[in-house]
Ligand binder design. Structure first.
Ligand SMILES: Nc1ncnc2c1ncn2[C@@H]1O[C@H](COP(=O)(O)OP(=O)(O)O)[C@@H](O)[C@H]1O
Ligand SMILES: [Mg+2]
Length: 265
């Protein structure tokens, strides 16, 4: 399927008027036949072995799999942070391999919000400054960026921690700042790589629920890479990744039936 599709749907960055676009318009992310090979010490690691992965606008999808299965590698491909050896990634029907450096930087700044396991906040900057930064990169005027950052920090429950620096906050609070920062430029997609990996179970659950809330209230597509089984209960769809390949998808409906089992984990 992937070869045929890749050959049949060459879409320009504008995406208008090309064959196949109408049929695929609801897919905010399409990865087709994505392969990634890392070479280490002369040895080849096949991190992704031809992954087909599609996400519809507004979905909350979890890429689940054990450590080393390729989740972060797939995450980096979808986020335009790394390039595949073969295959294509389309974001909003734009083939990201066709973008130049500036266009790719624009897409990463405006279309995608990133959340990482280790929060990746700037340690010397306040929560406010951390959240303002992507807006300043996007040329928003200072006062406007500040107002929006305060509003976002309120939204994630940190209205009273605006001037705190990362070291003055708990892990859960730091991840909330990262969630607010990810939303700074009204992205279409929020990508979260192990967002609960450094959090205790209760705090992790709160971040998962916060992401779901944002998904529902803002209509933003959320894609998480995780091995946290708490993510099962809130995701619309799970892609199970094993050894560099998507083994199967499980939908929300099927999950509801299994919920007792999923929650027990
Ligand atoms: N930069 C790299 N260089 C070499 N091997 C890598 C690199 N990044 C990941 N890998 C290997 O690719 C495989 C998938 O890794 P990764 O995507 O990080 O898995 P996960 O996020 O599911 O734990 C692993 O075998 C890992 O060791
Ligand atoms: Mg990982």
């Amino acid at each position: 399927m992937s070869g045929e599709e890749a050959a049949g749907t060459v879409v320009s960055p504008g995406g208008e008027g090309e064959a196949g676009v109408d049929l695929l318009a609801t897919h905010i992310v399409r990865a087709i036949g994505v392969r990634k090979i890392f070479t280490m010490g002369g040895e080849k690691v096949h991190a992704l072995k031809g992954v087909d992965f599609k996400v519809e606008r507004g979905e909350y999808v979890a890429i689940m799999g054990p450590s080393g299965s390729g989740k972060s590698t797939l995450f980096n491909m979808i986020g335009g942070l790394d390039k595949p050896n073969a295959g294509k990634v389309f974001i909003d029907e734009v083939d990201i391999a066709a973008l130049n450096m500036y266009e790719l930087a624009w897409l990463r700044c405006h279309k995608i919000g990133y959340i990482f396991q280790t929060f990746n906040l700037i340690p010397v900057a306040t929560a406010l400054d951390n959240v303002m930064l992507p807006m300043l990169f996007a040329d928003m005027v200072q006062a406007e960026a500040q107002d929006k950052a305060v509003e976002l920090l309120r939204k994630v429950g940190l209205g009273d921690r605006v001037f705190h620096k990362p070291v003055q906050m708990s892990g859960g609070q730091q991840q909330r700042v990262a969630v607010a920062r990810a939303l700074a430029n009204n992205p279409a997609i929020v990508l979260a790589d192990e967002p609960t990996g450094n959090l205790d179970s209760t705090t992790g659950r709160q971040i998962i629920d916060l992401l779901r809330e944002i998904n529902e209230s803002e209509g933003v597509t959320v894609i998480t890479a995780t091995h946290d089984h708490k993510m099962l209960a809130v995701s619309d769809r799970i892609a199970w990744l094993t050894d560099g390949a998507i083994e199967r998808y499980v939908s929300r409906d099927a999950l509801d039936i299994q919920e007792g089992r999923a929650d027990a984990r």
